[in-house]
Structures are given as C-alpha cells and as structure tokens.
Design a protein around this ligand. Structure first.
Ligand code: GLN
Length: 559
C-alpha cells in the first residue's frame, strides 16, 4: 500500500519546494524504496501549456505527452521513476472533472460543494497519480502542494490532504512544511517569526507538520532551531536547516545529514535499507573538479532567457559532470544580434539556439546560426533551433531565397518549415508523403521512437534509434529536402510512419559539428547518466576551443 508525504510551503513562494521534495524522494529511493512524486497546482488553467513561459517558466513535457509544471522535470532528474500526465494536475482539471460528473447526474441531485466533492476529487486524483507510477505501485508518493499556506486557492488541497491522512489512519501520511527564515541585515539576525506564523496557519487547518525545512541563506544555529521547535510544536530534530548552496545536487546529502529521511521512514513505518548517497556526492565532486572550461552562447529572445530553459540548463550541467568540463552559459539576446551583427559571438566555443515560438528575434537567431556555420563553431539547434538552421541553410546554401517557416512568414515562396497540412498545397507538384495529416495545426507532443540513419553523426551519438519528446507544430518540409541534401545537409533521423525529419546535420567535410533536433533532448537528461547529445556537444566545444588555441599559438610563434 502506498504511503504519502505531503509537502507544503509557507511564507513566500520560490523557496525551492520542488527541489526539496525531489531531494527527499532521491534519498528514499537510495534507501531501496519505490518512490513517485506528484505536483498539485492550485491555478485554474487546465494545464500550463497555454501559460506564458514568462509567468510560469518552462513547460515540461512528459513521455506520454503532457505539458506540465517544470517541477516534474526536477522529479525526473532526482529519481528514476518517469513522470506521466497523472503526476501533475491543476484546480482547472479538478473542477472540469467534477462539473462533468455533475452534468452527467453522478451526484444524484446533491448540492455539489468544495467539501466534500472537490476535496474527494483531489484525493482520487492523488491516488490515481500515485498508482500511475511507471515503476509499479510505489511505497511512497511525495505530493507537493503548490502555492503557499494561507492562499485561498491552496485551501482545498490542504483540506484534502488532511482528510486523506485521517481516512488512511496512523502512519500512512505525513507532512513536511517548507518555510523561510530570513536574515535581516539591519538587525544582523535570522528571524523565526514568519515560520512560527506559517506553522500556526497550518495547524489551524488541522495539519501538524512532522518536519520543517527552514530555508535561509545560511545554516540556522541551534538556538533558532530550538525556538522554532518550541513555537511550532515540531520536535527539535525535525527542524531542519536548508541553506543556500551552489548546486541543487547537494540538497539530498544536506537533508540526509540532518535525518529527514529517518523521520519520514519512522513516521510511516517503512521497511528501508540505509541510505546510499554516493552517486550524489560523486557527481557533485565531478561538477566541482572540471579539467577544462567552455563557453556556450545560448541565443534567444531576451524575455525567454531567464526561467524558460530550466531543463536545458540542467542538461548542460549534466554534460559538464560527465565530460569533466565546466560549461559557462552566456545568454545572448537575438535582437541585439539582429541589430549589431554577430560580433558578440566571436569568443564562443559553441552556439545553441533553443526551442521557442513566435517571429520576434528569429532573424537574429538565423544570423547567429550563419556565423556558427561559416566559422565552423559547434552548433546545436533544438526544435526552433533546428528549424532556423534549416531556414538559414536553405537561404544561403541551397539557393532558396526568402526561405522561411510559415509560422513567421505565411506567404514565403519557400516554406522549408511548415505545418504538414501546408507542405503540399503550395504547388501541388509533390505528392503527399504522409497518410495522417491531422498533426497539422495541433501540437505534436510527447515521446516518439524513430530510427537513426547509419553512418551519420546522429548514429555515433544515439546508436540505432532515438526516443525523445516533442512540443511543436511545424515540421521541416520534405518537399525541399532534396535541395538541402544536395547542399550538404543530411536528414539523419525520420519518424517511422509519417517520415518527418527528426534530426539534421551538416556533412563532416562542411562543418565539424552542426546538429539540429526537432525534439527536446533536454527533457530526458539526468545527472546520473548525462545525455549523449549534450555530452557530444560539450566535447565538440572542447575540441573547438583546443583547436582555436593551437591556431592562436601557431600565429604568435609564426609557425
Ligand atoms: N515554434 C516552433 C513550432 O511550433 C518550434 C517550437 C519549439 O521550439 N518548441 O514548431
């Protein structure tokens, strides 16, 4: 039978509840338990797919094609269980489901209310989400409740959790509360009052936390911990200090050193072996002792470059761990390149154009890609980054003037990237290469397996096939592939049924490392293993840097 740990947050948001929940899960997994994680989002949007990335941060895509909260990305990076659609739900989904039942008459004429109908639905969704775990019925499901205690919209979730723990009985559910202990500079003191109040708020609802995770910019001294314990009625050893660290992968060890997992294991009476966090200490050690350093320029729209690329930044960090290379990421605003040319790219060891939507900044990205191609700088294009690489190559090498994506120029003469419904109706000459065109207009989401063409760079990196996740509408247009291939581009992977281009690369006699992928490899990268594509990319950046250094040396010595 699955037991539950509810993780709530107090005082302010953005304290890293997702990372804390995932780190606890990682420790429990290392103790031989089957663990899964769930994220409950108290907003009314049905999913975050339609929310501005600027407001919401990255949209994480699961293997089964759900657009979810970015915390699910953290979950997959910390534990081996794969997340599914059911691991994340929102108030919008709960209400949608309850209203549908009401319309069908399933409530038999009763008045439908927040308690019990919404709270029951939340409990049912929680249990369903826990059961959907890919690794079989989990021993523990860690349930992160979004928002902050005291928010009106979080209340039904807290109430549902309280009811669930009452219903399941002793030792089946426990509560972990994450709060802030701010350091007030003018007083030179850590302040415990916000934590006291936030726990009081939780107790008002009937929840007594079994452990407090107290976030601060520094370790919290014993005196303050004792004070928090006394005022919040949480045992002293369960008041855990979580201070700022430079790597999230240090958190499992920090929590374990203070006994968080033991508190949970004891409370839930779980049969667990001793923790073994050697994998985490090992990768932190590797992260901190690189043998080389490279600088990668990530070119994007200014507004997207902050929170929208969580998984990508982590994937580069994983590559850093597994190649012994410190990876510095420089964020480059594509509109600056559009205005000033590619001078800002001169010192880079590699260029990356990530996924994105909308026309703004695309010409700057294309200019950056041209610079990478002509200067033989390693290039990785992800999703939009692949589409733009194709557009750049079409314009400059394949002689397709004004080539574009119909996303940015619906009337382009050469729609080298287009919805698949648009591929064929422009000049009717090419016959339809796909039976199902219903992908057009809707988002292509989730993982899809496809074979890789032998003898390509893609095959060296991935082996025989790829199984990566998608989130896009437009596709490289097969109509133009012959012209592109004549210029030296290779389509190195295609989907098995629809024949859609999944990966492209430039022939090695043209460019040493130029790869574009229509999918998002960053979603499957983990710190444990890294990701073959990002590892290869960072290796290529290293090689490029070395060759450039040698070049410079040759010039100074006059050799
Ligand atoms: N805007 C492009 C499309 O919809 C690329 C999407 C992406 O990069 N995720 O196809």
């Amino acid at each position: 039978m699955t037991k539950y740990v509810f993780v709530t947050g107090g005082v302010v948001s953005s304290l890293g509840k997702g990372i804390a929940a995932a780190s606890l899960a990682a420790i429990l997994e290392s103790r031989g338990l089957k663990v899964t994680l769930l994220k409950l989002d108290p907003y009314i949007n049905v999913d975050p797919g339609t929310m501005s990335p600027f407001q919401h941060g990255e949209v994480f895509v699961t293997e089964d094609g759900a657009e979810t909260d970015l915390d699910l990305g953290h979950y997959e990076r910390f534990i081996s269980t794969k997340m599914r659609k059911a691991n994340n739900f929102t108030t919008g989904q709960i209400y949608e489901s309850v209203i549908r039942k009401e319309r069908r008459g399933e409530y038999l004429g009763k008045t439908v209310q927040v308690i019990p109908h919404i709270t029951n639905e939340i409990q049912a969704f929680v249990e369903r989400g826990a059961k959907s775990a890919t690794s079989g019925e989990p021993d523990v499901a860690i349930v992160e409740i979004g928002g902050t205690v005291g928010d009106i919209e979080s209340l039904p979730y807290l109430e549902a959790a309280r009811q669930m723990s009452l219903r399941m009985g002793r030792n089946h559910c426990c509560f972990v509360h994450l709060t802030l202990v701010p350091f007030i500079h003018t007083a030179g003191e850590l302040k415990t009052k916000p934590t006291q109040h936030s726990v009081q708020k939780l107790r008002e609802i009937g929840i007594l936390p079994h452990a407090l995770l107290c976030r601060a910019d520094r370790p919290i001294p014993d005196d303050e911990r004792a004070k928090i314990s006394m005022f919040s009625n949480v045992p002293n050893d369960a008041v855990i200090s979580v201070w700022d660290v430079d790597s999230i992968y240090k958190i499992p060890q920090m929590l374990h050193d203070q006994g968080l997992d033991t508190i949970i294991v004891d409370e839930l009476k779980l049969q667990a072996q001793p923790a073994d966090l050697s994998m985490w200490t090992d990768l932190v050690e590797r992260l901190e002792n690189p043998s080389e350093e490279v600088t990668i320029g990530m070119v994007g729209k200014y507004v997207d470059l902050t929170e929208s690329y969580k998984s990508l930044i982590e994937a580069l960090k994983h590559a850093s761990i597994h190649t012994g290379t410190k990876v510095n990421i420089e964020y480059i605003d594509s509109e600056v390149i559009e205005a000033d040319g590619p001078a800002a790219l001169a010192h880079l060891d590699a260029v990356l154009v990530p996924g994105g939507f909308g026309r703004r900044g695309t010409e700057g990205k294309i200019a950056a890609i041209r610079h990478a191609r002509e200067s033989l700088i390693p290039y990785l294009g992800i999703c939009l980054g692949m589409q733009l690489a194709v557009i750049e190559f079409a314009r400059d090498v394949a002689g397709l003037a004004g080539a574009n994506s119909t996303e940015f120029d619906p009337d382009t003469q050469h729609p080298v990237v287009a919805l698949i419904t648009e591929w064929f109706d422009r000049d009717g000459k090419v016959e339809k290469r796909t039976e199902s065109s219903d992908l057009g207009g809707t988002m292509r989401l989730g993982a899809q397996r496809c074979p890789v063409k032998p003898g390509t760079k893609a095959a060296t990196i991935y082996g025989a096939d790829v199984n990566e996740r998608h989130r896009h509408r437009y596709e490289v247009n097969n109509r133009f592939v012959p012209q592109l291939e004549a210029g030296g581009m290779a389509i190195s992977a295609r989907t098995p049924t629809e024949d859609l281009p999944e990966m492209m690369e430039l022939r090695e006699d043209i460019h040493p490392w130029f790869v574009g992928v229509q999918f998002h490899p960053e979603f499957t990268s983990t710190p444990r293993d890294g990701h073959p594509l990002f590892k290869a990319y960072v290796e290529a950046a290293r090689k490029y840097k070395t060759s450039r250094k040698q070049e410079a040396l040759k010039q100074t010595t006059g050799a």
